[in-house]
Write a protein that binds this ligand. Sequence first.
Ligand code: 4AD
Ligand code: MG
Length: 433
Amino acid sequence: MQTTFTSVRDLASKAGQETELRGWVAGFRSSGKIAFLELRDGTGSVQVVIARNEVDDASWEAVSGLALESSVRVAGVVRQDDRAPGGYEITASEIELVGGSEEYPIQPKEHGVDFLLNRRHLWLRHARQTAIMRVRDEVVKAIRDFFYERDFVLVDSPILTGAIGESAGTLFSTEYFDLGTAYLAQTGQLYVEAAAAALGKVYCFGPTFRAEKSKTRRHLTEFWMVEPEVAWLDSEGNMELQQEFVSYIVARALERRGAELEELERDTRPLEAVTPPFDRMSYTEAVARLQGGGADIEWGSDLGAEHESVLTKGREKPLFIYDYPRAAKAFYMKENPDDPRTVKCNDLLAPEGYGEIIGGSQREDDYDRLLARIREEGLPEEAYDWYLDLRRYGTFPHSGFGLGLERTVAWICGAPHLREAIAFPRMMTRLTP
Ligand code: 4AD
Ligand code: MG
């Protein structure tokens, strides 16, 4: 067996030549004397034509064993063909069945989502899923490039932590030797705050965990979050950074993942409108508007998904909602000097019903106020002693935010549910495959 072979994506470089491909059977039909095989190799797919009188007996024998998702090795000539989907077709001279695939469970017909999720390890091979994975990959690269180009330093935060990051209600915990309970990180924020005092502009990017007893299409129990933290940045600057960041990511996906978005049948027109500046609305104004529209909401409670949909309806760009009530948000947010009932924070709501993709805030930098908030929330003071040190020793104004990767990918892809935006989704009712 040759050790070199050509990827479907690179077929143009082999036009007119004999080459070898390896991959899986994505479709197959045979008429006795001639067989057509759609070969998929992860970089694309190409039609392979196998004529009985042009291959040896062993190859024709292999053809009779082909089935959906068999793995194969094919040798043949690359022919340019303008009618073929990728512009090329393979005339096979040899084919070898590497791995059979009897009764592959996912057939070209409608399957229920649970059926597919139970076979996620196989479902991943299908065109729609590979397109989403490629968009996700591009979004991750764009995120890293954005911060690298702006001199941010990546500082990885721990996953096993001793303090609650966001809210006590949604913690996963595990026993940790003689030290009691460890929590899986809900956020890396507290740690990047420490790093911001060391390096100025930093970010962390990794998996975060929330035991959300929520079965909505917007919640995973394990999701990826990117969290920049910037010294000397206020809430205003924080929103400017967010709109620049989100616009950069969307533009990158449009620029480099057009084919995938087309595969996903994503209408890209609303995405093209995503450029700075984004509109802003205070929480207080948002509540007034919602009440005006007959929504059941009181000033003081957090906005729900249905409220977010109403507020973004008819908009093409994401929308900032800022200065939420203190009681509705996490303990670390800075009290608003102009209205102490609220904090200097914002959510960023994606349009088209996707809702919150970012939560961000200026952090409370006053030692006494922060301590008071920790006590008010009933958090264990000892666990936050190191965090309070950041206010004891050279406290500084700083802000940051967290963008949920899967929510962003789902929005860009136009996927209705977060479960398709991550390879192996973890939800309240799903831990396998
Ligand atoms: O608004 P959140 O809870 O903010 C934080 O965790 C802050 N510490 C971030 C920061 O300032 N550094 O979460 C941020 C984002 C949300 O806007 C959402 O996109 C995503 O994380 N997110 C989830 N994504 C999927 N499943 C869940 N259960 C999520 N919870 C939050
Ligand atoms: Mg939030």
